[in-house]
Design a protein around this ligand. Structure first.
Ligand SMILES: [Zn+2]
Length: 458
């Protein structure tokens, strides 16, 4: 006898789609068997005509931090509805500054403990990137200790008031390399973006459609080039965050000639929107890096196809429409919420519009991020793995409306988009957490997951 059988569906793995039943015992998958084979189950869920997919693993999510008003309860409710069963949020090292939410500066450990405490309200499973915000040599001493606690990746920025200079980036990369951990990097050349923003202010170019020119593609490519060169020499595992344009993708591609420890993601919005969204939606889609041209959008799929990009993430950020609704784009908050629709929207674009396969989807949204970041029991439908499972209807069409948002953000950059493909049921470690648009699990049922140092040799 097992606890649960998800019966009659088409089961999606990184290599295939096959007719099979998934058996769940407690929190784990106990088997994937021919339809009807194997032991009886206490509960049988009929998944005929549906896909059974691995829960999405989203390695780039902002919840309850300096740049996102979602709490774990609201942000992870959106995740549950969207089929995201595991995410990585940010443990910011507290710093003093205009963009900070802290009075005083603090340690990486402080940031980690804060997020662990807040995360007690999580509905999905989560981990954290240690996030360096100051050129303080002490922070480097804390890296080994965090790795021991299962924080095996570290975030660095090259821009904003918490951006780090190349000299400190090099030193940090060497220490991260010593632990064989991963650095995830936001790359935009700070001086270019800063000066261009000042020039936009001087010229009164305050309308949203002018925004992308303040953070040009080459600012992203230049900073990525610096960072990957330093990473290669440090022998470190490098993961490029939110790649948005062809120019930056070419830099990553060139750096991979050695085989290599250079990986990268793009985000749902760079594959499904372009800069015309600033004409249609004003400030709402203002994010950094900006939405780019239709050609850049095409490039995202080319680089997903050739494997230079191995992951699609959300870079979920929650703000109210009122925090975006300002005269000049530079006075508004940056970031867009998308956890609730990322899988359906990306699936509709990649599979329905462009002919990518469901196994591709299982790779870039589950298996690859899980392996890249050291989640040992996530991202795959196989015996022994956590029972993070979705029942997904590839034929149901729905219209995105922010009225349904679980996030505190009260708008969607996908508003009124008609999407074919919908998450019906989300299971996290065997527990049903979302069912036909309703969140059915309690805050706190999600857990902090300690990650291993990932193996990037496979
Ligand atoms: Zn981000």
């Amino acid at each position: 006898m097992v606890d649960l059988r998800i019966a009659g569906g088409r089961v999606v793995t990184p290599d295939s789609v096959s007719n099979a039943d998934v058996l769940v015992e407690g929190e784990r998958i106990s088997g994937v068997v021919s339809p009807g084979a194997g032991p009886d189950a206490d509960e049988v869920v009929d998944a005929s005509d549906k896909l059974v997919m691995p829960g999405v693993v989203d390695p780039h999510v902002h919840i309850d931090g300096p740049n996102s008003i979602d709490t774990y309860e609201t942000g992870t409710a959106a995740a549950a509805l969207g089929g995201v069963t595991t995410l990585i949020n940010f443990a910011w090292q507290p710093w003093e500054g205009e963009d900070s939410i802290w009075e005083d500066s603090g340690t990486l450990r402080d940031g980690f403990e804060r997020q662990q405490r807040l995360g007690e309200d999580s509905i999905v499973d989560f981990s954290l990137h240690g996030t360096l915000t100051r050129e303080d040599p002490d922070v480097l001493e804390q890296i080994p200790e965090l790795v021991k606690q299962g924080i095996t990746s570290f975030k660095l920025f090259t821009t904003y008031e918490f951006g780090l200079s190349n000299g400190f980036v090099e030193e940090a990369f060497e220490r991260i390399a010593d632990e064989d951990a991963v650095a995830v990097v936001h790359t935009e050349d700070d001086s270019l973006c800063t000066r261009r923003t000042e020039r936009a202010k001087e010229a009164g170019q305050a309308a949203a459609p002018e925004y992308p020119d303040s953070r040009p593609k080459r600012a992203e490519a230049m900073a990525a080039d610096d960072a990957v060169r330093i990473a290669r020499d440090a022998g470190m595992k490098y993961y490029g965050f939110h790649t948005s344009c062809r120019e930056a993708a070419e830099v990553l591609d060139a750096a991979r000639t050695d085989g290599s420890r250079i990986r990268a993601e793009t985000c749902t919005h760079y594959t499904t929107l372009d800069r015309s969204a600033y004409v249609d939606q004003g400030n709402l889609p203002i994010i950094a890096p900006p939405l780019r041209t239709p050609d850049d959008r095409e490039a995202m799929f080319e680089y997903l196809r050739n494997g230079i990009f191995s992951v699609v993430s959300t870079d979920h950020v929650a703000f109210k429409q009122s925090q975006k609704d300002v005269e000049a784009w530079w006075d508004g908050e940056f970031g867009a919420n998308s956890l609730q629709h990322t899988l359906a929207v990306f699936q509709d674009e990649a599979v329905n519009e462009r002919g990518f396969s469901y196994p591709f989807l299982a790779r870039v949204m589950a298996a690859n991020p899980a392996r890249t970041f050291g989640f040992e029991r996530k991202g795959l439908i196989a015996a022994g793995m956590d029972a993070d499972l979705l029942v997904f209807d590839p034929n149901e069409t729905y219209t995105v409306s922010a009225e349904d948002n679980e996030s505190k953000a009260d708008y969607s950059v996908y508003e009124e988009r008609e999407v074919t493909g919908r998450v019906l049921k989300t299971y996290r470690r065997g527990e049903l957490i979302a069912d036909h648009g309703d969140v059915v699990a309690e805050p706190g049922s999600g857990e902090f997951v300690s990650r291993a140092v990932p193996d990037w040799t496979e």
